[in-house]
Design a protein around this ligand. Structure first.
Ligand SMILES: NC(=O)C1=CN([C@@H]2O[C@H](COP(=O)(O)OP(=O)(O)OC[C@H]3O[C@@H](n4cnc5c(N)ncnc54)[C@H](OP(=O)(O)O)[C@@H]3O)[C@@H](O)[C@H]2O)C=CC1
Ligand SMILES: O=C1CO[C@H](CO)[C@@H](O)[C@@H]1O
Length: 283
């Protein structure tokens, strides 16, 4: 497993495991146990996924030493602000049954993110979290956060897959020494991505699946990827991407699939106000 180095020197696996849409606690717990057994060391959850407890149970049962794992969770919008962030962090830590986190992200760029960021810097300085970052922040919001606080996020987790490649954003993040992390590396299967003709041809050439090609393409570009699956055979498939390399012509062919548009939500869409108001977490 390859690790990358964050801007504070902390090492993070380039490939991890995501647990969004695993609402069934038993299923989530088993999936995380299976993922760790497969070899994944980075687990990506969020308070809003409502499964931190199951992830924590799985970590305990896995038998893998805590320091070998890299655990990420995220602060939800309704917990924004200094005091709320401190309380939400402790709640997440308790649910995960951990005494420190590896990465804590502001999940969405809404609410009092400056208060949140101040609280997160303190948690970082107290050693309760090894790195702090953001998610779904457009470059202008990243710039705003940095210029207002002077503290550079370690990571920005954003939608990144062959149909939405985020090349300009990646350059902006790299220029500012911020690690890009892909959510939805398979676009959740939308637009028949697993059967895409360009990807299928490349996959056949390398005797790999289209899923493996997508993950190889991301990680070869220096993007951290966190695919989700509840099936153990797919976890193994998605993990098995370090024994081949995509040559420049394949990388260039995949570039042609970019639509430069989100397949999920545009954060500047006015419907986001309603969407967010329907997703309040109870503390
Ligand atoms: N910060 C943010 O705002 C967001 C963060 N995330 C994070 O990113 C992670 C990954 O993104 P996610 O939204 O889950 O979507 P993904 O792009 O990882 O796609 C997951 C889907 O692909 C299927 N799948 C997985 N592996 C294969 C395979 N080898 N062949 C065929 N199908 C496969 C899964 O089905 P099955 O499970 O049945 O195998 C599931 O339906 C999340 O779990 C979460 O941790 C996600 C969304 C937003
Ligand atoms: O992590 C996430 C998963 O996707 C959701 C959108 O459907 C968001 O809540 C969130 O950003």
């Amino acid at each position: 497993m390859k690790n990358i180095k964050l801007n504070n020197g902390v090492e993070m696996p380039i490939l991890g495991f995501g647990v969004f849409q695993m609402q069934d606690m038993a299923e989530c717990e088993q999936a995380v146990i299976d993922a760790i057994e497969t070899g994944y060391r980075l687990i990506d959850t969020a308070a809003s996924y409502m499964n931190e407890q199951a992830v924590g149970n799985a970590i305990k049962k896995s038998g893998v030493a805590r320091e070998e794992l890299f655990i990420t969770t995220k602060l939800w919008v309704s917990d924004a602000g200094y005091e709320n962030t401190k309380a939400a962090f402790q709640k997440s830590l308790d649910s995960l049954q951990l005494d420190y986190l590896d990465l804590y992200l502001i999940h969405q760029p809404y609410g009092d993110i400056y208060g949140s960021w101040r609280a997160m810097q303190e948690l970082y300085q107290e050693g309760k979290v090894r790195a702090i970052g953001v998610s779904n922040f457009h470059p202008d919001r990243v710039m705003d956060l940095i210029t207002n606080t002077g503290f550079i996020p370690a990571v920005n987790q954003i939608e990144t897959h062959p149909f939405h490649q985020q090349k300009e954003t990646q350059k902006f993040l790299e220029d500012n020494n911020i690690q890009i992390e892909s959510w939805g590396p398979f676009a959740e299967g939308k637009n028949d991505i697993f059967k895409n003709e360009v990807l299928t041809k490349i996959a056949a050439k390398h005797n790999k699946s289209t899923a493996q090609v997508m993950l190889r393409w991301l990680t070869q570009r220096g993007v951290v990827a966190i695919p989700k699956s509840v099936r153990k055979e797919r976890m193994a498939e998605n993990f098995n991407i370090f024994d081949f390399e995509l040559p420049a012509d394949d990388m260039n062919s995949i570039q042609t699939l970019d639509t430069n548009e989100s397949l999920f939500f545009d954060h500047r869409d006015p419907n986001m106000v309603k969407w967010l108001s329907e997703r309040k977490l109870s503390r």
